[in-house]
Design a protein around this ligand. Structure first.
Ligand code: ZN
Ligand code: ZN
Length: 444
């Protein structure tokens, strides 16, 4: 039997030995936020540290992704711990990039610090020879589903197919040699305690909508025009009328915005654009709600005699966390804190592409309370660097050791009893079925 506790102690000591460096790295990334699929600087930092630790790596995956692999004594299972490279866009955040407006208001800088800290713990702690499986460390682009137009451009250039980093890495086969995946996100303000495993979450599809009417003088000849803004507003009202049909258990969220409302006040608007997500707790619920949204949008066009084009893009899958994996994680977390500091899972109405990974293998996303303020808000900040940058790496190291020591028995048991909601092929086929353009126009 491996002395598991001895391995855990060594991993944590190696992480502690790099504490100041990891703090500095987390802060450096915080001060240099980059938006999804543009995280070149952050990606280079990950590559530099993997290089220093002589971890074989692949880079440039889905433009900026990095994947390193640490070999155990045997290869009974592969456990991936990942971090997200990207930031969000909050122009009035104190740390916002003055040119791009990007800011780390979702704490992903801490995730990259966690991955690097874990790498130091496993390599310098000399842990891998004591394990019977491999560890994959990944830095993944573009978790935030933003700058949709820019990403559609990347898609049209053939640089990506899907608009999120993890779906893209799944498509590229970068998860094919991984059996289990986990990560730590900084918790939302509502979470009590220091650390917990996130519960299930909503998935989503994304819609870009263009209403086309006919411009005319708004004072002199409105009868000659077709008002695309009125059509869009009726479409939005029809969506609202459908809300009473949404079941509580499905957690449907539809939150459209008008991204273009007209050109000039004295011209009947002829080009009006909307964007929305349709979120829900299951793929069936999302598809059903999205049908109602499409119907509503067409209703607005029909009423005014405008045209409407609805571009549907696959979003993210609902998250289905693996309970058996979560149990091992919790047991290790409780070596660092009391039960009072452990946060039990609760449903998350937002969406993440960890949900996509959870459809093809056992996944958990733990949540650490190292940040304060509003997620994606101007007051978001890292308040407790120890909990944000260091603690998740230590708990990850200990969890990996439990999973992969002694023939990787614990990892094998999870893998062998796990029933994935979809195969990779079914998952990709589902995403592609959500990628389409629908038109409605009046008969001429
Ligand atoms: Zn996030
Ligand atoms: Zn976020």
């Amino acid at each position: 039997m491996t002395d598991v506790q001895e391995l855990k102690n060594r991993a944590c000591m190696a992480i502690d030995a790099h504490r100041e460096q990891i703090y500095a790295l987390g802060e450096d990334i915080r001060m240099h936020p980059e938006l999804g699929f543009k995280e070149l600087r952050t990606s280079a930092i990950v590559q530099e540290h993997f290089g220093r630790l002589a971890i074989p790596l692949e880079a440039g995956l889905a433009i900026t992704g990095v994947k390193g692999r640490l070999q155990g004594s045997k290869h009974q299972a592969s456990v991936c711990f990942l971090g997200e490279l990207d930031s969000v866009l909050v122009r009035n955040h104190a740390d916002a990039d003055p040119i791009t407006g990007a800011a780390h208001a979702c704490g992903h800088n801490a995730q990259i610090a966690n991955v690097i800290a874990l790498a130091y713990g496993l390599v310098e702690g000399g842990i891998m020879p004591g394990l019977d499986g491999d560890v994959v460390l990944m830095a993944v682009p573009a978790e935030e589903y933003v700058e949709v137009g820019y990403r559609v451009g990347l898609k049209e250039q053939g640089l990506i197919e899907f608009l999120g980093g993890k779906p893209e890495l799944i498509r590229l086969g970068k998860f094919d040699d991984v059996d289990l995946t986990f990560m730590t996100h900084q918790a939302s303000a509502e979470q009590r305690g220091v650390l917990g495993v996130g519960g299930p979450s909503n998935g989503c599809v994304v819609k870009q909508v263009v209403y086309t009417g006919r411009a005319a003088h708004a004072g002199g000849a409105p009868h000659s025009g077709v008002n695309a803004l009125k059509a869009a507003m009726l479409g939005l009202q029809a969506i609202d009328a459908n809300r009473e049909t949404f079941r509580d258990d499905d957690h449907i969220r539809v939150h459209p915005i008008i991204t273009k409302g007209g050109e000039l006040v004295n011209v009947i608007p002829a080009d009006v654009r909307l964007e929305t997500y349709v979120r829900g707790a299951s793929t069936e619920a999302i598809v059903a709600a999205a049908t109602k949204v499409d119907r509503s949008l067409v209703a607005g066009a029909m009423a005014l005699g405008a045209e409407v084009e609805i571009r549907t893009l696959p979003g993210y899958m609902p998250t289905k966390p693996c309970d058996a994996f979560a149990e091992i994680y919790k047991r290790n977390a409780l070596q660092f804190m009391s039960e009072d500091d452990w946060a039990e899972p609760s449903f998350m109405a937002g969406s993440t592409d960890m949900g996509d990974v959870s459809h093809i293998m056992p996944v958990i996303e733990s949540r650490a309370s190292g940040a304060r303020g509003t997620g994606h808000g101007a007051d978001y900040r890292i308040a407790d660097p120890e909990v944000a940058y260091i603690l998740p790496a230590k708990v990850a190291a200990c969890t990996i050791i439990d999973l992969l020591a002694d023939g990787a028995g614990a990892a094998r048991e999870i893998i062998d009893t796990f029933n994935p909601p979809m195969t990779k092929e079914q998952y990709l086929a589902f995403l592609r079925s959500q990628d389409r353009v629908d038109h409605w126009h009046p008969a001429v």
